[in-house]
Write a protein that binds this ligand. Structure first.
Ligand code: SAH
Length: 461
């Protein structure tokens, strides 16, 4: 039977009551059973909504006016919240954000993993869910009077929003961007223009070590030549005594990718350092390092607890990046094997092991789904396996090798609850029991959720 025509039309204004939230944080309201998704709507609210897109089974709307507000609604503190799109949840109280993330994980555990009986704990949040990011990469533009400006792109466009502060960034990052912008304007350095592919400064990137207070500044330029380079460096150093590293990265391509291949140290060190717990890490301009160190510590502490290392264990850390989780585990385990596909990250992981005088961690370059079956065939039988895959989750070949290796415990760290639920189902069918799932809020004010979960091998398997 043909579906009835949607009960709304494009550009129509309607009154809508929101009943639910999508995983992205959009409000969901229904007209005669037909769902409309509306950014910034909260469950329980009534609002005037303009219909902007009508599809066969669902549509999208724009919030015009709230007629009955939810108790969970708060005023977004950021001036450019609605234009920017970097954050999605600033209009929602933090408690509600945490509850929404827990519910999202519960939903997919049930729908995708058929694991409704597995406890999903309350999301571990931050005491102060602002100014948590240790890394900023911000585009540079130029006003008509020649003054440089910095800001993120407006939603679905490449127009730079002129902004002074980003409230989820470490204050130091904000101040550094502002300082570089001011000095560079005075020295007559031009901003890169995407349309004409001319101009010099494309992006300013700043990374800070939360515990060490080290700062790294990376100036991404289109050209090899950076005019007034020495003056620029001197003034940055004068303004920030904690600067340890000033770097130029050259990106001459017509591309959205931020960093180019070529990197020069203009002044200071190639690396800065940071600590997570008792482990020290080197951070280079390109290395992947968790952006919220406060929550990373909580995530890793939980992973370590789930790994239940008592001494003497052999552990595999698949998708190990620069060895962060591996070295955390190597503090207690007898031996840790890490595998990671990016060669530079493995080089960093090895350096990090040496930096911490740990000689019980070995790192290998490769695809986890290829190396794991090979290790299995070589007879490696770890006590614990930790995985921390990218959004698409684990490859089936990897899950199969894990099951064959029969570790007592598996710790699964995930940045995507849907693929987590899918993979937990496969591990369950292979003889493992998911004991619990712990969501951790690594990205307050945004809709991203991180989880860590523990699986135990069923007896008799
Ligand atoms: N555990 C690390 C990194 C997690 S991010 C940390 O907490 O910092 C996921 C990592 O998996 C990235 O470093 C990415 O380069 C790597 N990766 C992606 N696909 C992979 C694959 N097929 N095999 C091995 N590593 C992979």
């Amino acid at each position: 039977m043909a579906k009835p025509k949607p009960p709304v039309e494009k550009n129509q204004t309607i009154e809508l009551t929101f009943e639910d939230l999508t995983h992205e944080g959009n409000g969901v309201g229904k007209i005669e059973g037909y769902p409309l998704f509306v950014p910034y709507g909260l469950p329980g609210e009534k609002a005037q909504v303009k219909v902007i897109k009508v599809k066969k089974n669902f549509g999208f709307g724009k919030l015009l006016e709230i007629t009955e507000a939810s108790e969970d609604r708060v005023e977004a503190p950021c001036d450019v919240y609605l234009q920017c799109g970097g954050c999605q949840l600033q209009h929602m109280s933090y408690d509600r954000q945490l509850a929404m993330k827990q519910k999202q994980v519960k939903d997919v555990m049930k729908k995708i993993g058929h694991l409704e009986h597995v406890p999903v704990h309350e999301t571990i949040g931050m005491d102060d869910p602002w100014r948590y990011r240790n890394k900023i990469q911000i585009p540079v533009g130029q006003k008509e009077d020649g003054e440089l400006m910095t800001g993120f792109y407006q939603k679905r466009s490449h127009n730079i929003i002129d902004m002074d502060t980003c409230l989820i960034q470490d204050e130091m990052n904000d101040r550094m961007v502002e300082t570089v912008r001011r000095i560079a304007t005075r020295l007559g350095i031009s901003a890169y223009d995407e349309d004409t592919h001319r101009g010099t400064l494309r992006h300013i990137m700043v990374r800070t070590g939360q515990t060490t207070k080290d700062i790294m500044v990376v100036l991404v330029t289109r050209t090899q030549n950076l005019p007034e380079k020495d003056k620029l460096i001197d003034e940055i150093k004068d303004a920030f005594p904690n600067v340890k590293s000033v770097i130029q990265n050259i990106n001459s391509g017509r591309t959205n990718v931020i960093l180019g291949k070529e990197t020069h140290v203009l002044w200071g060190d190639e690396y800065i350092y940071d600590m997570i717990g008792d482990v020290k890490f080197m951070i280079s301009p390109k290395s992947f390092y968790q952006v919220n160190p406060t929550q990373t510590q909580k995530l890793y502490d939980q992973a370590l607890q789930y790994a239940d290392i008592r001494g003497g264990e052999t552990v595999i850390d698949a998708y190990c990046g620069i060895g962060t989780i591996s070295l955390f585990l190597a503090q207690k385990a007898e031996k840790v094997y890490g595998v990671e596909v990016v060669p530079d990250a493995v080089t960093d992981a090895k350096k990090n092991a040496r930096l911490n005088h740990m000689d019980n961690a070995e790192f290998y370059v490769g695809q986890a789904e290829e190396l794991m079956p090979w290790w299995r065939n070589q007879g490696l039988r770890p006590d614990v396996i930790v995985v921390d895959p990218p959004r698409k989750g684990c490859d089936e070949a990897l899950l199969k090798a894990m099951i064959d290796m029969e570790p007592e415990r598996i710790v699964y760290v995930s940045c995507n609850p849907s693929t987590l639920a899918r993979d937990l189902r496969i591990l369950e069918d292979g003889g493992y029991q998911t004991k619990e799932v712990q969501p951790v809020d690594m990205f307050p004010q945004t809709s991203h959720v991180e989880c860590v979960s523990q699986l135990i091998r069923r007896k008799g398997n």
